[in-house]
Design a binder for this molecule. Structure first.
Ligand code: NAD
Length: 460
């Protein structure tokens, strides 16, 4: 088997395939680990953790721990981030080597009859003949007219993650997951941030109750959010660059971060002369087990039109392997994958929102509980946020099957697990309400929210 692309989708396929006894070659043109490890999830969350430490130290006095006002040595932050990336990259290389996956350095292109050519890297020109090929070429940041990426004044996530220092003022164009994570991180570390979002809400698609909590928290931290605005371009001024938006509004900043989505990198794969169909926008067409339109060729990860999440890439890589092995695998239920957004406050959810459940024809009951009443959250000093559970409505008005679990607040990316399991196990409110939550924990809030849908609750 040949895998083109060494990011989460590709390396998961390579590792899982080799674990199943396949003879695997993995081709990577840049660095093993892909966007996630080098310019995505890992570095972004490391910088967000720095922001979290900074906030915590800033509030140390609330606990009677007396410190000087915190200041930031961003060089140390960057070095720490790089060390984590280097460790993980080394770990991944070692794992691939131990599994006897042959790694090629170069650009892989698909040719006829499941053959792949490798060029332009340290491995020189190589031709491989495979029984099966997995395309996992990933994605790159999109840009918009009027904002040429120069890596200095206008950046995407690729460049932002390696800045030597943070700007005094920044405009973030696009209030999706990337925009909100960067805006939150920079604001907590002292940058004056303005998010410019075209849609009426930041984090579009989120349950509005959850989005409202994020929005309110941003506002309290003087992070300005302008929604429903069109961005026109930017012009250098005497005191920074002037980003114009709306009818005649503008904001002067030192850095513009463009986070308006990512486009698939299918153009590097040489697909024009193959039977692999590519849709508008460059996404590779796949069926429910990741097969492309060419026999013996699968595609996974950001290069296919599914949620652009590393963990979805992992799942797709493994799904393709099971299909290659002829195991008749269960397709991924994309409506119920877990989401985790690491801005402050964190957001995590799985399954239907109240609105999407209604649109899907369900009659629902919902319950929300706030972290403000949770003992552990008070102890930690992070009481912003809530848990909202959406369940199918039963004849007696209580909740039946759990359709969606939405969380915003402290450590919710780590707390979603139970909610994800409940939704995907198709568990009912009564079943989950039986489970004991350890005390005192933040996860009691999930237990409480589910319990209140049985018609009886402890705390409200
Ligand atoms: P996105 O699609 O999530 O958000 C882009 C935002 O930009 C949208 O809200 C869109 O309305 C807005 N936008 C587009 N053009 C605009 C314009 N001209 N002016 C103003 N706003 C504009 O994309 P992203 O945040 O760049 O992230 C890319 C992908 O990576 C997404 O699929 C995202 O889910 C994924 N990602 C996920 C996480 C996470 O889950 N923690 C983190 C990072 C990235």
């Amino acid at each position: 088997m040949v895998v083109i692309g060494g990011g989460p989708g590709g390396y998961a396929a390579a590792l899982y395939g080799s674990a199943a006894g396949l003879n695997v070659a993995l081709i990577e043109k840049s660095r093993l680990g892909g966007t996630c490890l080098h310019v995505g999830c890992i570095p972004a969350k490391e910088l967000l953790e720095t922001a979290s430490v900074f906030r915590t130290v800033g509030h140390a006095g609330d606990f009677g721990v007396i410190t000087d006002a915190p200041s930031l040595d961003f060089g140390v932050t960057q070095a720490r981030k790089q060390k984590i990336i280097d460790n993980l990259t080394k770990g991944l290389s070692g794992l691939l080597e131990a599994r006897k996956v042959t790694v090629y350095d170069g650009v892989g292109t698909l040719e006829a009859d499941r053959s792949v050519r490798i060029r332009g890297g340290a491995s020189g020109e190589v031709h491989l003949q495979a029984d099966s090929v997995i395309l996992a070429a990933g994605s790159v940041p999109r840009s918009i007219p009027g904002f040429d990426i120069d890596g200095r004044v206008v950046v995407t996530s690729d460049e932002l993650l390696s800045l030597g220092e943070l700007p005094r003022r920044a405009a973030v164009i696009g209030g999706g997951a990337i925009g909100c994570e960067f805006a939150s991180m920079m604001a907590d570390l002292g940058t004056e941030v303005t998010i410019l979002e075209a849609l009426p809400q930041i984090l579009n698609g989120l349950d509005p109750d959850v989005a409202k909590v994020v929005q309110r928290s941003f506002k309290k931290r003087r992070l300005t959010t302008r929604t429903g605005v069109r961005v026109n371009g930017h012009q250098p001024g005497p005191d920074g660059t002037v980003v114009s938006f709306g009818d005649d509004q503008s904001v002067t900043v030192d850095l513009v971060v463009v986070s308006v989505g990512r486009r698939p990198s299918s153009e590097t794969l040489g697909l024009d002369s193959t039977g692999v169909s590519v849709e508008a926008g460059g996404f590779i067409t796949v069926d429910s087990t990741m097969r492309t339109t060419m026999d013996g060729v699968w595609a996974v990860g950001d290069v296919v039109p599914t949620a652009q999440l590393a963990h979805v890439g992992f799942a797709e890589g493994m799904l393709a392997i099971r299909d290659i092995l002829g195991e008749d695998p269960v397709p991924i239920d994309y409506d119920n994958v877990p989401w985790a957004i690491y801005c402050h406050p964190e957001v995590a959810f799985a399954g239907h929102s109240e609105q999407s459940a209604g649109e899907a024809g369900y009659e629902v009951v919902t319950s929300s509980h706030r972290f403000a009443g949770n003992g552990r959250a008070m102890i930690v000093g992070e009481t912003e946020g809530l848990v909202k559970v959406i369940a199918e409505k039963q004849a007696d008005g209580t909740g039946g099957r759990i359709l969606g679990v939405h969380m915003v607040g402290p450590w919710v990316t780590e707390q979603l697990g139970q909610g994800y399991l409940a939704v995907n196990w198709e568990a009912t409110v009564d079943e989950v309400a039986q489970f004991i939550q350890p005390h005192p924990t933040m996860s009691e809030l999930f237990g409480e929210t589910v319990m209140s849908l049985t018609g009886r609750a402890l705390h409200g």
